[in-house]
Design a protein around this ligand. Sequence first.
Ligand code: AMP
Ligand code: MG
Length: 365
Amino acid sequence: MSVLRERQFLRRLLVGLALALFFTWLALRPQPAQDAADGIARREIFALGTLVEITLWLGEERSREAAEAALAQAEQLLRQRERQWSAWGDGELGDFNRRLAAGQAAPVPPPLRPLFARAWSLRERSGGAFDPRVGRLVQLWGFDDEAHYRTEPPPAADIDAARRALAAAPAYRAGAPFGPAPGVTWDFGAIAKGAIIDEIGARLVAAGFDDHLVNAGGNLKASGRHGERPWRIGIRAPRGGPAELLASLQTEAAEGIVTSGDYERFFEHGGRRYHHILDPQSGAPARGLQAVTVVAPEALLADAASTALFVAGPDRWPSMAEALGVQQVLVVDDEGRAAATPALAARLRGLEDLQIVPLQIVPPS
Ligand code: AMP
Ligand code: MG
């Protein structure tokens, strides 16, 4: 009997392994034949904790060899930035954060200065709703790494200590070392994807591939067309599966379409969802919204803004959009109700119940 069970177990194990291998192959297999028929070149790269998919439209005059070279260059850039910008990795930002953690003041490494400066100015414009110094809180809540996910919130005293350290942290001053700032860690998780897809987009244009789509886990930079048609972008339904769409829009101009959602990284405890977008003031996940999508010419701005508007919540997101100079916004609140600014509402397809929220004067972004 026990030999039989053992055999059954082994058979199941083998079937399981074969299935796992099959799906891995399915996910990883190259699709050149289909892509060639579609007139595109495509590459999927796992980076920045997500799947980054780059699609180039070839058209008549662009060769597949040139496309492969541009894709290889984009992949290299992505890997370089991933290492450089990771808050806890072995690159420049990780080194900077380790010096802070050791109680020292730390000079900002020269290659990171433009990102620090930009992130800081957005922090100021958002009144601190977007704050790149939020890393200690992110770590405390376990959202720095999937391996650290928690099953319940951290102790209130720890949240309070991290929140206070952030409130007392020094401002960033260009050219000056930062710190000492005990308990403070810089984390560009809320703008890194936007920044990198802008950068990849610019390189692709420089290489002659104006028609492209860069998708970093649902955060997109689109440019040009897909042959005869504009690119069609789907916006995910926050409580549906990854393939279930809330709405879609078409795009031709170079623009970023970025979403912050409470479904990206979260755990549940006591019937509540605790997700990765933290309110620096409370030290806890921001409440009131399920998702915010921002469309702006620059993906970096759309990325910072989507996070800031999410933190601002259901009442304050319009004034936050005004403060940051973004005009195209879609939000979904805790009840699943959608609202959008007129500029984005005019472009959305497939959304029936949509509240239109006009903005006051918006400064140019
Ligand atoms: P996003 O998905 O763009 O909204 O970015 C969320 C990520 O940014 C989180 O995983 C954290 O690493 C980081 N983050 C969380 N809350 C904030 C905040 N209020 N300001 C800046 N970064 C944040
Ligand atoms: Mg963001």
